[in-house]
Structures are given as structure tokens and as C-alpha cells.
Design a protein around this ligand. Structure first.
Ligand SMILES: Nc1ncnc2c1ncn2[C@@H]1O[C@H](COP(=O)(O)OP(=O)(O)O)[C@@H](O)[C@H]1O
Ligand SMILES: [Mg+2]
Length: 271
């Protein structure tokens, strides 16, 4: 391990009100360049709040970060930076994808134009070649006939295809970190496996790190090198995915594993 990871979340605490307990408490997570790190936990355990903190996507009118909390990307402190500076990080250095692609796709515009607009917003110097780059990105995420899909509207595509378009949008400007928040959770099992494989291949090709957020140990088994287990806003266990899958220490991790019978037969990626 290098001294400084690509992403370092240190002692992150996030509160939404002074009276309620913090939603996230003392969370520390490292993501080395080019690696695949998972955060697993049940609904409400603080995974999304943690992930959104990296790109400062929590509603900061109500979300407050702890004084001691720090998040650095490539050595640059993000939590204390002005939001205007974070705009330059979003998409360019780190991108995020979500469960619902329609949260980022506008139904009334052609998908290619939307991916192009996002690319040009991050990389204005690419305006002239943007269309070709977008078609390349659509191709890279496994969309067949990308030139035709470029001209289609979101409703003309299947859920899996829309998910791939959102991934193309996220990776078009070649970020070093992709944060995927339950990005495959709504897909049926075979589509989920294919989309995970696509994300993995892109990550390997580009040396892009992935922070994979999921409630599903099957996703951890298939995708992650390293995993953090969150419970009630805290990290309760972390380690190499292969170790956590074969010898979980925390009772909660054991429960998560026990609830995934179809894990049998899945080989941990790092085993
Ligand atoms: N905007 C918000 N206002 C108040 N509480 C919130 C907000 N967003 C998240 N929380 C609280 O933070 C906790 C963690 O939520 P979240 O990170 O979304 O969980 P998950 O692990 O399911 O992604 C939950 O208890 C949730 O109620
Ligand atoms: Mg969530």
C-alpha cells in the first residue's frame, strides 16, 4: 500500500440534526488507485451518506460534517473546500452512478446528447470530438449499435441499457474513481452480472478505482477486492473480500452472509 491512497475518508461523521444521533460516525475508508472496494450494509446503515459525502452531494443546508472529519482525493481535501471547487472534481476526477438511471437522465433529450453535454461540461476542450467520444463510451459500456442508441430517448431503452448509458456518462471524462451506489440492485440477476462485468472491465482497462456500495454479499463476492461492513452508521469490520466472505468476525457480517444462500458456488474474486 502506498502512503496516501487515491481516496481517504478519515473519521467521517455526518449529522442531519443536532438532536438526532449522527447518521455516520467515525467512518474511515481507503481506496487505493485502481482497486475495487466495497461498502456493504443493510438499508439505513449510512452507506449512501458516506458515498455522497465524497462528492459533497448531501444537502448541506441540513448535513453537517464533524470538525475532525476529512476526505482527500489524490491528496486534496474535499470536505473543507468551497462547493464551487467541488464542481471541478465531480465527473472529472470522481463520478457517481445510482440505482435509478432516470435520476440522471432527462426523458425529453436524446441520450447521446445528454452524455455529450456532461462530457463537454467537464472537458470543454473536447467539444469538437465529443460525439465520437460519446459513441466510444457507449460502445465501451457494452451498448451494441452505439451510433443508433446515441439518437434514442431514455424511454426507448431497457432498464439495463439505461444503466449502461448512465455508466457511459460517468466514465466519459475518464475519472480515476467511480462510486457506484446500489447501481445494479434494481436489475435482474443476469443483467446485474453483465453490468458488473462491464464496470470491472472498464476499471481494469483504465486503471479506474471503484467504490461499490451494496447490500448484497453476492456483489461483494463477484466484484470487490476489499470490503468495509457498515452497521448503524459505523464501520464494524473491514478486510480483504475473500477473508470477510470466508471468516467474518462480526455477528452482523455473519448475518449478512447467512442471508445470501446463492453465494454458495460463487468464488470470491480474490481467492
Ligand atoms: N437528508 C436526510 N435527512 C435526514 N436524515 C437522513 C438524510 N439522508 C439520510 N439520512 C439518515 O441517514 C441514515 C443513513 O442513510 P443512508 O446513508 O441513506 O443509508 P443506506 O445505507 O441505506 O444508504 C438513515 O438513518 C437516514 O434516515
Ligand atoms: Mg443507500
Amino acid at each position: 500500500m502506498s502512503d496516501q491512497a487515491l481516496l481517504e475518508i478519515r473519521d467521517l461523521s455526518v449529522r442531519f440534526s443536532a438532536s438526532a444521533p449522527p447518521a455516520v460516525r467515525g467512518v474511515s475508508i481507503r481506496v487505493e488507485a485502481g482497486t475495487r472496494v466495497g461498502i456493504i450494509g443493510e438499508s439505513g446503515s449510512g452507506k449512501s451518506v458516506t458515498a455522497m459525502s465524497v462528492l459533497r452531494l448531501n444537502d448541506e443546508r441540513i448535513a453537517h460534517y464533524g470538525e475532525e472529519s476529512s476526505i482527500t482525493l489524490d491528496g486534496r481535501e474535499l470536505l473543507k473546500a468551497p462547493l464551487s471547487a467541488i464542481q471541478g472534481v465531480r465527473g472529472a476526477q470522481a463520478s457517481m452512478i445510482f440505482q435509478d438511471p432516470m435520476s440522471v437522465l432527462n426523458p425529453v433529450f436524446r441520450v447521446g446528447h445528454q452524455v455529450r453535454d456532461v462530457l463537454v461540461a467537464h472537458r470543454p476542450e473536447l467539444r469538437k470530438t465529443a460525439k465520437a467520444l460519446v459513441i466510444e463510451s457507449l460502445d465501451a459500456v457494452g451498448i451494441r449499435n452505439p451510433a443508433a442508441v446515441y439518437r434514442q430517448y431514455p424511454h426507448e431503452l431497457s432498464g439495463g441499457m439505461r444503466q449502461r448509458v448512465m455508466i457511459a456518462m460517468a466514465i466519459a471524462s475518464s475519472p480515476r474513481l467511480l462510486i457506484a451506489d446500489e447501481a445494479t440492485s434494481a436489475l435482474d440477476v443476469t443483467v446485474q452480472a453483465a453490468v458488473l462485468e462491464t464496470i470491472g472491465a472498464l476499471a481494469d482497462d483504465r486503471g479506474m478505482a471503484v467504490l461499490m456500495i451494496t447490500h448484497d454479499m453476492g456483489v461483494v463476492a463477484r466484484f470487490c477486492d476489499y470490503v468495509y461492513v457498515m452497521y448503524h452508521g459505523e464501520v464494524v469490520e473491514s478486510g480483504a473480500a475473500a477473508d470477510i466472505l470466508t471468516s467474518p468476525q462480526h455477528d452482523y457480517t455473519k448475518k449478512l452472509l447467512a442471508s445470501v444462500p446463492r453465494l454458495h458456488g460463487d468464488q470470491p474474486r480474490t481467492a
